[in-house]
Every structure is written in structure tokens, then in C-alpha cells.
Design a protein around this ligand. Structure first.
Ligand SMILES: C[S@@+](CC[C@H](N)C(=O)[O-])C[C@H]1O[C@@H](n2cnc3c(N)ncnc32)[C@H](O)[C@@H]1O
Length: 337
């Protein structure tokens, strides 16, 4: 067999790995294993699973480095597997549950999306579905925790790459549970801030502010970024907001943010991926394009730097600076024109 065929076969078959990781997260397998070494029957009793199938599943997870098969009938978490625990400082359990239940079903409809030029019917949690999260507490919990998992990392990187200590107040627009705001407030210890988001995020945001020790400086404001933003701040932060929306909706949001920034002499910061102008066969480009395919299925889009400049101009904003984070993510600074 040629290398090209072997590489393609490997990529075609690779789909099972994220499914297996997401299933492990949904079963709560890592939380139940903790720091112990357990056999399949003991673990099955803890997570209410079928012992025989669980044993086969654990052996499969051992083949991709999520658990270690200790050879005596017991299994333990590896360093990667530890990160599927809810209580791990670098936990990705929320992200895995989100991908397994909310993102991967949409990827089954990629063919139709590309052929028809629009998001597939029945994607429950796409951009039309943010309001649905207000009526579905379970889905909202999964979605919001995934955003916390993502934001824990990128917000921590952002405050290293971009100095926020000069700001006295922050607005985390569409901030969800407010992980980004919490990191901003920890980096600027005298500042205050608020998250503006839909009602589904309120309870979780208040709980996160308390856990992160910023409850006395952070508040939640219920509202929509499609309406005028009347609350003042020195810095309006939008992480993963513009990428959720097609150009028409993104323009509406940036006009609201641009108006607020002008009214209050504020800085606008985005945390987003910036797509390469020319895509190469590279790991970091593949991660960026994964983001764009995800957003295409949800009626949003990732953008190039030139596309961000164009969009920001709609809000009378000029892109003044970018600061690189990992995986093609950037802090994008914009000021009123
Ligand atoms: C992809 S999430 C990003 C969350 C957060 N910025 C983060 O990165 O952790 C998009 C957020 O936009 C919020 N959102 C959607 N429509 C909104 C609207 N009309 N007004 C305010 N927030 C909205 C969602 O509820 C969700 O929390």
C-alpha cells in the first residue's frame, strides 16, 4: 500500500478517537477512577455501566493513551486521562461533553452544509439556538462548561500577552459563565467588571465569580448584544462572539460595541482565531480550519485579519494591534476611529 493510502485510511478511521474520549467524559469515567487503579467490574458499579463492555472500552482507551492497562486486570488514568476529570485544573471534560453531544452530531451533516451553502436543518444549538439554552438547563450546563474549559486557557494566555492592568473596568460581552472576566480581574486587582449575556448564564456566572474569588468585583447583567450596550466600561472584551455569527449579524454586534466604546472612550479587545490567508498542511492550520468548519455548521465563521479589519470598520473601529496566543488565537485590539 502506498503511504498516501495508509495516511488516508488512518485519517478515515481516526473518527473513533474523539467519540471514545467524549464517551469517557459523558460516562464520568475519569472522575470515578480518580487516582485509583480499578478493574472493570468495580468501575462499572461506580458509573452504572455494563462491566463486559466497559472492559473492552477501557482496553480501547488504553490504546490511545487515556488510561493505562496495568496488566493485572486494573486500569488507571494517564496524564491525559486525568484531564477528563471535572476537578482537574486543566480539565477538558466540559469541552469533551460539548463536542460529543452538541458539536459532533452537526458534523454528520457537513456534506449537506457544503452542498447547499447553509447550515443543516435541526442543529439545535447553533446561533439560532442560543435562546434555546435558556429553556434547556442541561444543554446550557454542558455548553457553558465547555466555554469555561476553553476560556481558562486562552484568557490566562491573553493577560500574559496583553497588559490589561491599566483598565479600571471590563465588560465581558457574551461572557457566558465569565471565565474571561475572572482572569481579567485577577490580572487587574483593582478593577471591576460585568458579564453581559442571556439568562441561561446568570447562575453559573455568579457561582464562578465566587469560586474564582472575584465576586465582590464582578456582576452579571442580563441582556442582548443586539441592543444598545448602555453599561460603561474601559474595556469591552468579546471572546468567541464574532465567530458565532455570519457577517450580517456580526456587523450588528460590532456596531453596538463600537458605539459603546466611542461613548466611553474604551478599548475593544477580541479573543478569536485568525485564519491564515493561505492554508498549509500544518497542525496549527488544521486546528484553525476545524474551528471554521464548526462555525460553518453553526452559521458563523472564523476570519482572516483582513476580514476582522473590515468587520471592525462597521463599528467605526480600527484594528490597532494583535497579540498572539496559542493555536492561532489572538488578542485583537481595536480603538474608535
Ligand atoms: C461561544 S460562547 C462564548 C462565551 C464566552 N465569551 C467564552 O468565550 O467563554 C457565546 C456566548 O454568547 C452568548 N450570546 C448569544 N447570543 C447573545 C445575545 N443576543 N446577547 C448576549 N449574549 C449572547 C451566549 O449565551 C454565549 O454565552
Amino acid at each position: 500500500m502506498s503511504d498516501a493510502a495508509a495516511d488516508l485510511r488512518a485519517m478515515i478511521a481516526a473518527y473513533w478517537k474523539p467519540h471514545a474520549i467524549c464517551a469517557a467524559a459523558r460516562l464520568g469515567l475519569a472522575d470515578a477512577l480518580g487516582d485509583a487503579s480499578l478493574d472493570a467490574a468495580t468501575l462499572a458499579a461506580k458509573i452504572d455501566a455494563d462491566a463486559a463492555n466497559l472492559e473492552r472500552f477501557l482496553r480501547a482507551l488504553a490504546s490511545i493513551g487515556i488510561v493505562l492497562d496495568k496488566g493485572d486486570g486494573t486500569f488507571a488514568l494517564t496524564e491525559m486521562g486525568q484531564r477528563l476529570r471535572a476537578d482537574h485544573a486543566e480539565s477538558l471534560r466540559g469541552m469533551a461533553r460539548h463536542v460529543g453531544t452538541q458539536l459532533s452530531p452537526s458534523f454528520a451533516q457537513l456534506t449537506e452544509c457544503v452542498a447547499k451553502g447553509r447550515p443543516p436543518e435541526g442543529i439545535a444549538y447553533g446561533t439560532q439556538g442560543f435562546d434555546d439554552l435558556n429553556d434547556d438547563a442541561k444543554a446550557a450546563a454542558i455548553f457553558n462548561q465547555a466555554m469555561v474549559d476553553s476560556s481558562r486557557r486562552f484568557a490566562a494566555e491573553a493577560v500574559q500577552a496583553y497588559d490589561v492592568t491599566g483598565f479600571a473596568s471590563f465588560a465581558d460581552i457574551g461572557g457566558g459563565h465569565g471565565m474571561v472576566l475572572a482572569e481579567l480581574l485577577k490580572a487587574a486587582p483593582d478593577a471591576t467588571g460585568f458579564v453581559l449575556d442571556l439568562p441561561h448564564a446568570e447562575e453559573g456566572a455568579k457561582a464562578l465569580f465566587a469560586r474564582q474569588g472575584v465576586a465582590d468585583r464582578a456582576r452579571f447583567v442580563g441582556g442582548s448584544f443586539f441592543d444598545p450596550i448602555t453599561h460603561a466600561a474601559d474595556c469591552y472584551m468579546l471572546k468567541y462572539i464574532l465567530h458565532d455569527w455570519d457577517d450580517e449579524h456580526a456587523r450588528q454586534i460590532i456596531r453596538r460595541v463600537g458605539a459603546a466604546a466611542r461613548d466611553h472612550g474604551a478599548t475593544v479587545l477580541l479573543i478569536e482565531r485568525i485564519l491564515p490567508e493561505t492554508v498549509q498542511e500544518r497542525g496549527d492550520h488544521a486546528i484553525a480550519m476545524y474551528g471554521d468548519m464548526t462555525m460553518m455548521l453553526w452559521n458563523g465563521r472564523e476570519r482572516t485579519k483582513a476580514q476582522f479589519e473590515q468587520l471592525l470598520a462597521e463599528g467605526d473601529l480600527v484594528l490597532t494591534r494583535t497579540a498572539a496566543l496559542s493555536d492561532n488565537h489572538y488578542v485583537i485590539e481595536a480603538l474608535s476611529n
